[in-house]
Design a protein around this ligand. Structure first.
Ligand code: FAQ
Length: 333
């Protein structure tokens, strides 16, 4: 991309010059990564670094946008005005996160339309977690506590991601996710400490259903993670899938004690020697089924996004027509 257009004669000769130049650029790029420098959009970067960032950032953006659906399902049924206002603000925040992330991915040369087309055609992924249904109000509290909690655990290290536009977007997103996690925990605490037996049972049932999918959010085990080695080398990922999952388990088991709920895992036990909680096996077959498009709500989620896009076509067309009119007026003035 940043090669100089030198006219050096035959095609082969030009190619050789370009590849020597690219090799030098790559060496310089790797040295900057080793020094812990941030890479900006205008800087030279290897094509594979660019591609893997577009893959991860666009998947992350899609997750935020699809992630509005399970909670949006409860806005009209929130139990109090206060809870409704909080939920509205939270769902709106997720939309905002999606937009910062699409913008960060666009700095890498892929348009938002291209990313959205990839989502709608099923080519692009989004987080497995959003393919599970929200069956009761307690699910909304548990999403805040566990799903946003897992998101923060995974995303705080991304504020130090080597690609600066992504890292900057993550700083603001993490601050907002922290409020999301707290409101979820608070909603559950009220149900557990001041609620009826039936409400406490709803919370436990929601924890039973969301615990294992939350652990799956961190991705496959390190041994099966195709991108981890290279992404950690490039400073995109700072902590591995399994390490983050362990940190999440250690933090949430203590929070569960405060709430008075139990995790649905008979093998969950403090291991003094490791200084961590041991936990039972994760059902990776279920994970890959959901990632592959066969989870409980995959079809419904994708259909809702495609419908929203189609229903919004007139708004996009009107905005473009307005922009064209304005540009024409400015040119005429
Ligand atoms: N779901 O080699 P790895 C949120 C795919 S935002 C679906 O380990 P990598 C906020 C992976 O893409 C939640 N697919 O991959 C919120 C790859 O497939 P590919 C989203 C998954 O990239 C809260 C393949 O498996 N957060 O919750 C998943 O090194 C409440 C092999 O995996 C982010 O996206 C999965 N769980 O590590 C919103 C954070 N895991 O692409 C609303 C940024 C893995 O080759 C309400 N992303 N796969 O076709 C990341 O940190 C990473 O991409 C990982 C995966 C950790 C997700």
């Amino acid at each position: 991309m940043y090669t100089q257009a030198m006219d050096v004669g035959p095609k082969e000769e030009r190619k050789a010059v370009r590849s020597t130049e690219e090799a030098q650029l790559e060496t310089r790029f790797e040295a900057r990564i080793d020094d812990g420098a941030f890479i900006e959009a205008k800087d030279w970067m290897p094509e594979h670094y660019r591609k893997t960032l577009v893959r991860q950032i666009s998947q992350h953006a899609h997750s935020e946008i699809v992630g509005m659906l399970p909670e949006g399902n409860w806005i009209t049924r929130a139990p109090t005005l206060k809870r409704k206002a909080i939920l509205l603000a939270k769902v709106q925040d997720e939309g905002g996160h999606g937009l910062y992330l699409y913008a960060a991915a666009e700095t890498l040369g892929t348009s938002r339309d291209q990313m959205i087309a990839a989502l709608h055609s099923g080519r692009a992924k989004y987080s497995s977690i959003f393919n599970y249904p929200t069956l009761s109000w307690a699910d909304i509290g548990v999403i805040g506590w566990l799903v946003d909690g897992a998101a923060i655990m995974n995303q705080v290290p991304l504020t130090r991601c080597s690609y600066a536009p992504y890292a900057r977007a993550m700083v603001r997103i993490c601050r907002e996710e922290s409020f999301h996690q707290r409101q979820g925990f608070d909603a559950l605490l009220v149900m557990m400490k001041e609620g009826t037996d039936a409400q406490r049972a709803l919370v436990q049932d929601a924890v039973d259903r969301w615990w294992w999918p939350s652990l799956m959010m961190f991705g496959p085990p390190d041994s099966a993670s195709t991108h981890s080695t290279q992404n950690m080398r490039w400073g995109i990922k700072r902590i591995s899938n399994d390490e983050l999952r362990q940190k999440f388990v250690d933090a949430t088991v203590e929070q569960a004690k405060v709430l008075g709920v139990t995790m649905p895992d008979p093998l969950l036990k403090w291991n003094e020697a490791r200084g961590h909680y041991d936990y039972g096996p994760i059902d990776w077959d279920e994970f890959w089924q959901v990632v592959g498009g066969f989870g409980p709500c995959n079809k419904e989620r994708l259909a809702a996004r495609v419908k929203a896009w189609d229903d919004g076509a007139w708004v996009r067309e009107a905005a473009m027509a307005h922009a064209r009119k304005r540009a024409a007026k400015e040119q005429a003035a």
